[in-house]
Design a protein around this ligand. Sequence first.
Ligand code: FDA
Length: 463
Amino acid sequence: PSLASSAIDEFLGCLAADIPSRFIQTPATPSYSALLLSTAWNLRYILPDTSKPIGIIAATEHAHVQTTVRCGRRHGVRIRVRSGGHDYEGLSYASIHLHNEPFAVLELAALRAIHVDPARAEAWVESGATIGELYYAVGAASRSLGFPAGSCPTMGVGGHLSGGGFGSLARKYGLSADNVLDAVVVDANGRLMNRSTMGEDLFWAICGGGGESFGIVLSWKVRLVAVPETVTVFSIIRSRNQSAIELITKWQEIAPVLPQNLYLRVLVLNQQATFQALFLGRCGCLHGLMQDRFPELGMTKQNCQEEPIPRDVWESIWTAWLEKPEAALLMLDPYGGLMSSISPSETPFPHRQGNLYQLQYYSFWYENGTAAAEKRMSWVRGLYKEMEPYVSKNPRAVYVNYRDLDLGTNELDGNVTSYEKARVWGEKYFKGNFKRLAAVKTMVDPDDFFKNEQSIPPLPAAK
Ligand code: FDA
């Protein structure tokens, strides 16, 4: 349903009562476009026909966030929250499928303070900080502390931690979400809460349940982890005639069972496989380990709970897909290590024991026009379909921070999102945890204020 322009005016008036006008941009104000584009990382979602926010609130204080939620609720304006704007489907700054309803963007980039306490190995970080800024602050405070999170330094802490946060320290220390100790949240009623006042269910949901369904996380208290002062990395490129296919075939078996302090991933791009490693130790030690484990591992498919992709399949994928000019990047990131010993229900992120690695199809292009986009997209969709027999099943699992609206989008059931319809995509992200996330949602936002194309729905009312 579209919203009367009077309701939009009332919403903006409600904001203006508490938030200085310089922090509120509307399509009529000069900085609106620059602010909207500042972290709109997926250019597919800022095309002229994409629906744009009726306002952008650049919060500089927690009270601005509370006011925005209260005004949004009062006047029926949906709020989309943006921390770093890396959402694959642009859900933090665009409304693609959701009934064309007017929405406002709450921009958290100005809330980016970081306080590191090296003695306690803890830090408080605001959601608008980037992961790179957090890494930098931790590194500046101590050479022997780190934080487990993803590789792209411009990602926002807010979206990254609320969706899990997977990176090169995961095999040793788990996800970012596994290392969250406390958080400050604004709920759907505009109340400010911390872990003890929000309770363990909501705390559990925000640590991996995907951003935006439960409230707005303003800041996070995280546990920092021990890293040696010197670590070793390598990046080795192999083409097909340098045994790339054999190496990938073998990598599947060894990477998830290597010692926890070694993370070895593969990027497949331009018909070349790049093996990238991060080892929490010195070069000599890593060298010995690779000599030992990579050639003579002697591991068979039977040792694994899930069968890796056989060599001949890699062979045909290479020929049929990777040699195409529109081929995307294939990213193979290992699980195993600590990731396997954390229970699948510990956080909403369920992809723990039994998962060897994650496979990501990551396309980017610079040509204009829908034909180019369609070609790239259909490559991704085609290979995704082709991989079905070899990957996780029932459901085919997906990591929520690798958001994909092709999995399904929400539909309304009355005024709230349909739980049954949402299970189609939701159980792929969260498996058995989806129901618990819906139960938390029922508790904290029964009217479904925080909703988007793939927000967690409340449980259906008991008949
Ligand atoms: P953005 O601001 O777009 O938010 C993402 C979602 O979270 C939206 O639904 C948004 O509304 C919500 N949200 C944002 N802030 C919130 C808050 N404070 N409270 C509540 N909800 C909030 N992932 C990974 O695990 N490891 C990796 O190495 C990478 N690498 C990577 C590289 C690149 C180039 C991209 C584009 C993405 C990744 N990702 C990733 C995926 C990344 O973790 C995911 O997109 C995060 O949600 C990004 O968080 P942002 O705050 O930047 O996104």
